[in-house]
Design a protein around this ligand. Sequence first.
Ligand code: ATP
Ligand code: MG
Length: 576
Amino acid sequence: MDINELNLNDKGTTENTGHFLQQWIAADVEAGKTGGKVVTRFPPEPNGYIHIGHAKAICVDFGMAEHFGGECHLRMDDTNPSKESDEYADNIKHDIHWLGFDWGEHFYSAADLFDTMYEIAEKLIIAGHAYVCKLSQEEWKAYRGIPTEPGKESPTRNASVEENLDLFRRMKAGEFADGEMCLRAKIDMASPNIHFRDPVLYRIIHVEHYHAGNKWCIYPMYDFAHPIEDALEGVTHSMCTLEFEVHRPLYDWVIDRLEEFGMLVERGGVKIRPQQREFSRLNLTYTVMSKRKLLQLVQEKRVNGWDDPRMPTICGMRRRGYPATAIRKFCEGIGVTKYISNTDMSILEQAVREELNKTAPRYLGVFDPVKLVIDNYPENEEEFFTGINNPEDPSAGERQIPFSKELWVERADFMKNPPKKFYRLAIGREVRLRYACLFTCTHIVEDENGKLLEIHGTMDLKSRGGTSPDGRVVRGTIHWVSAKHAVELPVRLYDRLFSVEDPLADSEKDFLEFLNPDSLINATVLAEPAVADLAPGAQIQFERMGYFCADAIDSKQGAPIFNRIATLRDSWSKKQ
Ligand code: ATP
Ligand code: MG
């Protein structure tokens, strides 16, 4: 029975045996088809930066190899010269390492096989499996027809081997212009699968290749190149996204030809016949993932480069402060299935929060400050209170936080006419100032427009450290910073890049119309002094305000600039 027909539960898994791809590989291992080693590959095209969708594929490809004790190859699928570059290739490597995966010595480039691919193409011509076609692209499409009716044969389909070889060699020699001819497989013009109707194997592109230089002016198509790369690298399991499912018969056709030509790799006494299977791609709400669209955002300066913290790219997420572990856990959590679906951005954000909750040290910082004056505290005195760096992680230790008569607190933590369940500052109510003391608000100062200028009150002198001296319950705890000790630092409040779930859903409108105008708000934070010493890249929580990361590029030692990684859930605003 085909693994694809297994009765899978909602997650695409049957209990305990892993997802359908894992079961598929396990069955092959059991049947001895792998020659003792599972080999997978991740085949990015170096024409852009990798994004969270690629991270899913990376987790599947490297994850399965790891699970079965095999190896995963990193292969630059660089068969299309027009948009590829070393900048992209280098960054892809960097990002995969950062995600926590390693290909060891198994780095490959499709371009390294161009000679071999060319030889295979000649072999196909000689064996009567391929021919040179002179139809224009429009004619070729028209001849190919529609799935329900047989297509029309190319006029040169039955030309002699000599004629085809001669033309193909002249194609290679550069005698023809782009699009003037192409090499096609001779398969079946009546196949209900139009990808099987004599597909193109080679086309003429007079463009320099970023690695192969000017050696070639003909380049292999993905459908031809990919199975060859897989077979010659000894890949056993080739996993890709669903859109390639209809191409699978062609993949198998190429593998059949390689077998015919005796070109399959042998391992452990077994001829390795690579197989392709497909899973559904990751689609995330509130973003776009097509490389073309991401490039457009960069080129039109809608964002500040590929690593803009709002981008769904791996480098953007790294810069934003998303931990690699959170991305991997997210990829594991969403599972591997064949169902086409949209994954909610909030699931990724939640994975990030869960990770940072465990790892990010906490600091006090005020974003929208209003002065709080402790009337019964001496004018020129100051003292230090002990803050716990991370209640979730005892090894994170403690720090000393300076305290004095005048503090900054959040404007939103005061209400003039508060509802009963408002446990923060209001006249006559008592709150805990985090780590410091219990404080009762007695009165406020406003300007002539009713804008709050100062909050006044008294501290319970017996509550130092924030404990309740007589056991009375004080429900609200707010954060603060000592006004004379505070450091003012820039923060970039990032939010989702688009303001609608699917920016591509409306075919009448350009996706750029749905960019979220508030996806970046420049602000400042008044923070406790320790924050100024954080190293670039540091990920922290500003208590009650969210997770932040000292920008790894723009921060200077002693002068961090913060990116908001994610907000904390504010249960108050939710209740409203
Ligand atoms: P494009 O955006 O131009 O369609 P691509 O996303 O296919 O490009 P590749 O570099 O060819 O980019 O992708 C490398 C691998 O990553 C492929 O095997 C592809 O199936 C997989 N992949 C790409 N996007 C996703 C996604 N959203 N979810 C899961 N896998 C993906
Ligand atoms: Mg692709």
